[in-house]
Design a protein around this ligand. Structure first.
Ligand code: FAD
Length: 443
């Protein structure tokens, strides 16, 4: 049986980052992946959605060309070419990760892994064979998958998840999106831009409920102007299918119909079939693999990272947790900190946030000082024709330290990096203000 210093199960952004870091620090490493390296992020998540959003952004720009003094006739969006382009972007990145793994001499094992005990892993290989390996340390990075509810009748055809939405053969005339969270709203932007009639049904009292309340209210107005219908405080009791399409039946009795329904109500953690019980690994209250700040499970040489630990389900968090886990295994003690984790929503306009909102800062006992600025007053934003938006900086009134920031507007997801750096380095609002920024830019 082949022996490794570190075996990583799951090749998403958490797993491949951990594997590479461990190899950089001198470990003999294997990475076991049952599908494609890159995981959800590269194959069914971050990258494919952003590749499609880039297509719809170009389309939106061209449709606005007249405003910039450019006459363009016969603009047409071709969905299947967009899907093709998205697939090419994904392929390039997956190949890049495979190349990196090879260059660090990491054994990439193709198959489904499960723990037999605290050190032995059984692998059902994709070619039908079975094998086992032994590892001194194990990192579990098996990620998550779309959450399914039986009443929603998900069949992957009429009622789909984000996985199928990324590979639709053709655009539906209309779509119901169940769940107005980040994933639902990003898809709403993609489809609405391409002329699909979109209806979002959200059980809570607002869409994008993890964002600042004011910002999510403004986004609702912007979505409405774009023709997206939104039902909040609306719970669905059933989804009915017919040859005509799909109907979502609300608890109120109202029926909403469309050609397809996309269910984006959250993610389920990939913990089953992993043999966690064979190694005595404990789960938390929500079924997540319980870890400490070093990303260690209750079994000291077994770590877990990424979506499967259910902390903040984002690719950059998974990667960061992977770095921490690999560092701890390789004698470089590290702990995971979550006070400067940026969140990005790639709607139009984009949203991004980091650290504390004003309300959360007050709840935490800070005397809060706020800085607000509208993109309407920013030369570059006006020149770009994208002046819809606002930025808020949340600071400690006593020390001037930056505690958080929320941005809605063009390139918000890039701009948030500066506030993230400020928080992580303990910088003050004056530190940012006294830094010379190039003019005219959004920064
Ligand atoms: P995953 O990426 O889920 O990878 C886990 C891997 O483990 C998979 O490849 C799986 O095949 C493999 N695996 C599972 N079980 C086994 C087993 N038993 N044996 C072997 N292999 C196994 N995050 C962002 O930060 N920004 C975004 O813009 C963003 N957009 C998203 C859009 C969508 C539509 C979705 C669905 C998600 C998005 N996310 C985004 C979230 C992001 O994709 C995840 O947080 C991230 O991929 C988690 O990484 P991970 O390594 O924990 O797991």
């Amino acid at each position: 049986m082949k022996k490794y210093d570190v075996a990583v199960i799951g090749g998403g952004p958490g797993g491949y980052t951990a594997a590479i870091r461990a190899a950089q620090l001198g470990a003999c490493v294997c990475l076991i992946e049952k599908d494609k390296v890159g995981g959800t992020c590269l194959n069914r998540g971050c990258i494919p959605t952003k590749a499609l959003l880039s297509c719809t952004q170009v389309y939106a720009h061209i449709k606005k060309a007249q405003e910039f003094g450019i006459k363009v006739d016969g603009v047409e969006a071709n969905w299947s070419q967009m899907i093709e382009r998205k697939d090419q972007v994904v392929k390039k990145l997956v190949t890049g990760v495979e190349f990196l793994l090879k260059s660090y001499k990491i054994d990439l094992i193709d198959g489904k892994a499960g723990l037999i005990d605290k050190n032995i892993i059984a692998i059902e290989q994709s070619n039908g064979g079975d094998t086992q390996i032994e590892a001194a340390n194990i990192i579990l990075a098996t990620g998550s998958r779309p959450a399914l509810i039986p009443a929603f009748n998900i069949d992957g055809k009429q009622v789909i998840t984000s996985n199928e939405a990324l590979d639709l053969a053709e655009l539906p005339e209309s779509i119901i999106i169940i769940g107005g969270g980040v994933i639902g709203c990003e898809f709403a932007c993609i489809f609405a831009e391409l002329g699909v009639k979109v209806t979002i049904i959200e059980a809570l009292d607002r869409i994008l409920n993890t964002e600042d309340r004011q910002i999510s209210q403004r986004m609702r107005g912007i979505f409405r102007k774009r023709g997206i219908t939104i039902h909040t405080k609306s719970k669905i009791s059933a989804v009915e299918k017919s040859s005509e399409g799909v109907s979502a039946v609300l608890e109120s009795g109202q029926k909403i119909s469309a050609k397809k329904t996309l269910v984006s109500i959250g993610r389920s953690l990939n913990t089953q079939g992993l043999g966690l019980e064979n190694a005595g690994i404990e789960l938390g209250a929500r079924g997540e693999i319980a870890v400490n700040e070093k990303m260690q499970t209750n079994i000291p040489h077994i770590y877990a990272i990424g979506d499967v630990v259910g902390k903040i389900m984002l690719a950059h968090v998974a990667a960061s947790q992977g770095m921490v886990a690999a560092g701890n295994i390789m004698g470089k003690p590290d702990i995971m900190q979550y006070d400067a984790v940026p969140g990005a929503v790639f709607t139009q306009p984009e949203l991004a946030s980091v650290g504390l909102t004003a309300d959360k800062a007050k709840e935490a006992g800070y005397e809060v000082k706020l800085g607000n600025f509208s993109f309407m007053a920013l030369g570059k934003a006006l020149a770009m024709g994208e002046a819809e938006g606002t930025i808020r900086l949340v600071c400690d009134a006593k020390t001037d330290k930056v505690l958080g920031g929320q941005i809605m507007g063009p390139h918000a997801t890039d701009l948030i990096a500066e506030i993230t750096l400020a928080i992580s380095q303990g910088a003050t609002a004056s530190d940012i203000g006294n830094t010379i920024h190039a003019h005219p830019t959004l920064a």
